[in-house]
Design a protein around this ligand. Structure first.
Ligand SMILES: NC(=O)c1ccc[n+]([C@@H]2O[C@H](COP(=O)([O-])OP(=O)(O)OC[C@H]3O[C@@H](n4cnc5c(N)ncnc54)[C@H](OP(=O)(O)O)[C@@H]3O)[C@@H](O)[C@H]2O)c1
Length: 267
C-alpha cells in the first residue's frame, strides 16, 4: 500500500508535489492553531491564582475593567492593592469588596498618574506599597484616551502628555516597582490591558496617540514575556474592545476574560 502510494507520487510532476507539500504544511499549521484554541478555551484546567502569590495589584481599580478585576480576584481569595486617583471611590470600592468577601485584606494607594510630579514618584510609592507583601499578580489596567475624536494636529498638549504619562509611563513604572519581588520569588503574572485600537484595527485614526501608547503596551508585554519567563513570571496583554464591563470567565480567568482580546502569552 505504502509503496503503491510512493510509486504514484513519484509519477507526479515536481511542481505538483511542491504545491501539495506547501498545502499540507499550511493545513498542519491551521489544525495546530485550532486544536490549541480548543484546548485553551474548553479543556485547560483552571489555575489557582494564589499559586502566584497572595496579593494582587490593580491600577485604575475604581471603575470599569479594573473594578471588575478587583471583585473577581477578591472572590478568588486574593488580597488587593488598589491604585487610583480618587480616595473616595477607592474607599467605596474597598467597602463593596469587603462586604462581599470579608476575609480580603485591602490596601489602597491614591495616585494621579497624569500628575506633573515626576512619574518616577509612582515607582517609589509602589515599591513602598508592595514592600514585604507576596505580590503574585499585577493588573496594569489604568489607561485614558481623548475626550473626543481629534485630528493629531488638534490634540491639546495636556491631553497628549496625560495619555503618555498614564498609559505608557505609568504602566512601565508600576511594572518596574513590582517585578523585583516576583523575580526574587520566581513566580508572578503581569496582565497589561492593551486595546484593539493598536492590534485588531489596522489603524485607529482620530485616536492616534491613544492607539500608539497601546501599541507600546503590546510590545512591552511581548518583550517582558521573553525576558522574564525564565523567572517563572508570565506576561500577557489583553486587547480589549469597546467593553464597559469585563467579567473574568470561570475557566480561564487570566487568559480569557470574556471581553474580546488577543493574548500575547498565555498565563
Ligand atoms: N472600556 C473600553 O471600551 C476599553 C476598550 C479598549 C481598551 N480599554 C482599556 O482598558 C483599561 C480600562 O478601561 P475602562 O474603560 O475600564 O476605564 P474607566 O472605566 O474609565 O476607569 C478608569 C480607571 O482608571 C482610573 N484613572 C483614570 N485616570 C487616572 C489617573 N490619571 N491616575 C490614576 N487613576 C486613574 C480611574 O480612577 P478614578 O476613578 O480615581 O479617576 C478608574 O478607576 C484602559 O487601559 C483602557 O485603555 C478599555
Amino acid at each position: 500500500m505504502l509503496s503503491a502510494c510512493t510509486n504514484h507520487l513519484l509519477t507526479q510532476p515536481m511542481w505538483l508535489l511542491l504545491f501539495s507539500s506547501l498545502g499540507f504544511i499550511s493545513f498542519l499549521k491551521t489544525s495546530t492553531l485550532l486544536l490549541n484554541w480548543v484546548y485553551a478555551t474548553f479543556l485547560r484546567p483552571k489555575k489557582d491564582l494564589k499559586d502566584y502569590g497572595s496579593w494582587a495589584v490593580i491600577t485604575g481599580a475604581t471603575d470599569g475593567i479594573g473594578k471588575a478585576f478587583a471583585h473577581q480576584l477578591a472572590q478568588k481569595g486574593l488580597n488587593l492593592i488598589l491604585v487610583s486617583r480618587n480616595p473616595n471611590k477607592l474607599k467605596t470600592v474597598s467597602s463593596e469588596i469587603l462586604a462581599e468577601h470579608p476575609g480580603t485584606k485591602i490596601k489602597t494607594v491614591v495616585f494621579d498618574f497624569s500628575s506633573k510630579v515626576s512619574t518616577r514618584t509612582i515607582q517609589g510609592v509602589m515599591e513602598k506599597a508592595v514592600e514585604g507583601l507576596n505580590v503574585g499578580l499585577l493588573i496594569n489596567n489604568v489607561g485614558i484616551t481623548y475626550p473626543a475624536a481629534r485630528f493629531f494636529h488638534e490634540v491639546d498638549e495636556k491631553v497628549w502628555m496625560d495619555i503618555v504619562r498614564v498609559n505608557l509611563e505609568g504602566t512601565s513604572r508600576v511594572t518596574r516597582a513590582v517585578l523585583p519581588g516576583m523575580i526574587q520569588r520566581k513566580r508572578g503574572a503581569i496582565v497589561n490591558i492593551g486595546s484593539g485600537a493598536s492590534s485588531v484595527m489596522p489603524s485607529h485614526p482620530l485616536f492616534t496617540i491613544y492607539a500608539a501608547t497601546k501599541a507600546y503596551v503590546d510590545q512591552l508585554s511581548r518583550c517582558l514575556y521573553v525576558e522574564y519567563k525564565r523567572y517563572g513570571i508570565h506576561v500577557q496583554c489583553q486587547q480589549t474592545e469597546r467593553s464597559r464591563q469585563c467579567e473574568l470567565s470561570p475557566r480561564h480567568e487570566l487568559a480569557d476574560s470574556g471581553c474580546q482580546h488577543r493574548t500575547v502569552s498565555v498565563v
